[in-house]
Design a protein around this ligand. Structure first.
Ligand SMILES: Cc1cc2nc3c(=O)[nH]c(=O)nc-3n(C[C@H](O)[C@H](O)[C@H](O)COP(=O)(O)OP(=O)(O)OC[C@H]3O[C@@H](n4cnc5c(N)ncnc54)[C@H](O)[C@@H]3O)c2cc1C
Length: 500
């Protein structure tokens, strides 16, 4: 049987370890603090469509490919572990001013016009001329200006189908069904059974009435909305627990040693079950005397050297720390602060949808949980810094009150910060780094979303083939030009809709 070492036990490493063990590999997972990285901190949104932005085709397609896999992936994980994962079924992005409302239209037009493998086709028939040239008028006098793409993307005029939901702009002009809560009925536990309903738009514009019908607790300043009926949210901590349990059931061995790129004093080396020393390290006075015995028993807790792990294949999934283990890998920490708020009996109910918005130019989101709300998130280039700042907490609460005024009644339960594993182009790195080591990292603000497609992609790589949906994530894209070193690739800008 072939052996696999997985370095890093966040959701990415755990999901790969689980799937690889199930497909016949003997898997050892190394992590001194399983599940304590960004995976523990995250909000749990699965929102590649709402986060889309014209030009970011590869990120949209990769995210959509993973989203399409989520229902089956979660159903399997729940069947194996009994742990439920979903906390919301739909995402509602709201606008407080006309510029943000115009952005919602831009995103809707672009995403609805995009071909997405794994998703049923969206409704893409031509809009009536008036809607295209003058913008769609919202109740209360608001107007969402039409973007050029609206001509091909926004509305159909079939006049067939069920009665549109109140306030669904596109539904009103298209005659297509309204928000698809009934179109894709939930399974018994509230999880989506599948993604998408043929013939409906993936993103649907809502006016004030539509927003109020969907989420009565939102503030009166909210003037337009974008409903993504196929974008649920999961409880990231339940996901960590479920993956860990599934790994254990599948026979994954957990080890607590830290993995390093180069040996340092006190490190042990498991190659061949014996401590070894390179000439370079002997010169540095590295003492390997504390290494394991020949049988591999009695290993001194410490660090092991990545390249000296004896396994047939190694998956590098150490999140934001991955570049420490593979110098030159273009993965960097992107700090994010996030709050957990518990609902008190006197507080208004938490939203049913994931709510996303931009307030004072800052992205914000509220993700429902059984006992309250996860409120996130700030985003800084701050190196490895997981301190929660006063300003970060203040901004999150102030901005959240603008869209969900009842939040002040909630109990402040927790503030945490984590390091997203950022990549230069907001796509992860999934692929071989050399003949033995596979990278599965750099998922940035979409690592929870990216779990199913990443696990599938790595299992395919282990079997000797490439998953088409993950081809764009090949790390070779940073070196193929031959003129650009990975570290010199500029960071991709985070567009206005980009949260997390
Ligand atoms: C505030 C915030 C909100 C977010 N919200 C969302 C969201 O709503 N939706 C979404 O899709 N994504 C979200 N993300 C992003 C998501 O959390 C990450 O992309 C994802 O968790 C990355 O998973 P990972 O397994 O690669 O890394 P991590 O979860 O960071 O795990 C890496 C693991 O590697 C281990 N490790 C590190 N160094 C070593 C070493 N030397 N040896 C051995 N092990 C090592 C660590 O202990 C850790 O357990 C959010 C992130 C943050 C910070």
């Amino acid at each position: 049987m072939r052996t696999l070492a997985v370095v890093g036990g966040g959701v990415i490493g755990l999901s790969i370890a689980w799937r690889a063990a199930e497909s016949g590999w003997t898997v050892t997972l190394f992590d001194p603090a399983i599940g304590a990285g960004a995976s523990w901190v995250a909000g749990g949104m699965l929102a590649p469509l709402s986060e889309g932005w014209p030009g970011e085709d590869a990120a949209l397609e990769f995210g959509a490919a993973s989203l399409a896999r989520w229902p089956a992936f979660a159903a399997r994980l729940t069947a194996v572990t009994g742990i439920e994962l979903f906390t919301a079924r739909e995402t509602l992005t709201v606008a407080l001013d006309s510029a943000d409302a115009a952005d919602l239209r831009t995103v809707a037009d672009w995403v609805n016009a995009h071909e997405l493998p794994g998703f049923p086709d969206a409704t893409v028939a031509a809009a009536p001329d008036s809607a295209v040239t003058e913008g769609v008028s919202l109740s209360g006098g608001d107007v969402i200006p039409s973007s050029p793409a609206a001509a091909t993307a926004s509305a159909a005029t079939s006049g067939t189908g069920p009665r549109p939901a109140p306030g669904a702009i596109s539904a009103a002009t298209t005659g297509q069904p309204g928000p698809s809560a009934e179109a894709n009925p939930p399974t018994r536990d509230g999880a989506p059974a599948a993604i998408g309903t043929p013939g409906t738009e993936r993103l649907r514009l809502l006016d004030r009435a539509g927003i109020r019908a969907a989420e009565p607790g939102l503030g009166r300043t909210v003037r337009a909305g974008l409903l993504a009926a196929d974008e649920p949210a999961v409880d990231n901590r339940a996901l960590v627990a479920a993956l860990r349990s599934a790994c254990a059931r599948a026979g994954v061995e957990f080890r607590t040693e830290r993995i390093v790129a180069e040996p340092v004093a006190g490190d042990v080396n498991l190659a061949g079950g014996r401590a070894t020393a390179t000439a370079e390290n002997s010169a540095r006075g590295v003492d390997f005397a504390r290494g394991p015995d020949a049988a591999g028993a009695g290993v001194t807790p410490g660090a092991l050297v990545l390249r000296e792990l004896p396994h047939d294949r190694i998956v590098l999934a150490a999140g934001a720390a991955s570049a420490d283990l593979w110098p030159g890998l273009p993965v960097r920490p992107v700090k994010g602060e996030i709050l957990r708020l518990r609902r008190r009996p006197s507080a208004p109910p938490q939203p049913r949808h994931v709510i996303r918005a931009r307030v004072h130019g800052r992205p914000i989101y509220l993700v429902p949980r059984g006992d309250g709300i996860v409120l996130g998130a700030t985003q800084y280039e701050a190196g490895f810094d997981t301190a929660v700042t006063v300003a970060g907490v203040r901004d999150l609460i102030t901005d959240a009150e603008a869209i969900f005024p009842g939040i002040g009644e909630y109990e402040f339960a927790e503030a945490t910060a984590g390091s997203r594993p950022g990549s230069p182009d907001n796509l992860p790195l999934i692929g071989y780094l050399d003949e033995r080591v596979i990278a599965a990292t750099g998922h940035g603000r979409n690592g929870i979303l990216g779990v199913p497609v990443t696990a599938d992609a790595v299992v395919e790589l282990l079997a000797g083939s490439v998953l088409p949906a993950a081809r764009a994530a090949d790390p070779g894209r940073f070196t193929r030009s031959g003129t650009q070193s990975p570290r010199s690739v500029p960071s991709a800008p985070i567009h206005p809709g980009g949260t997390r």
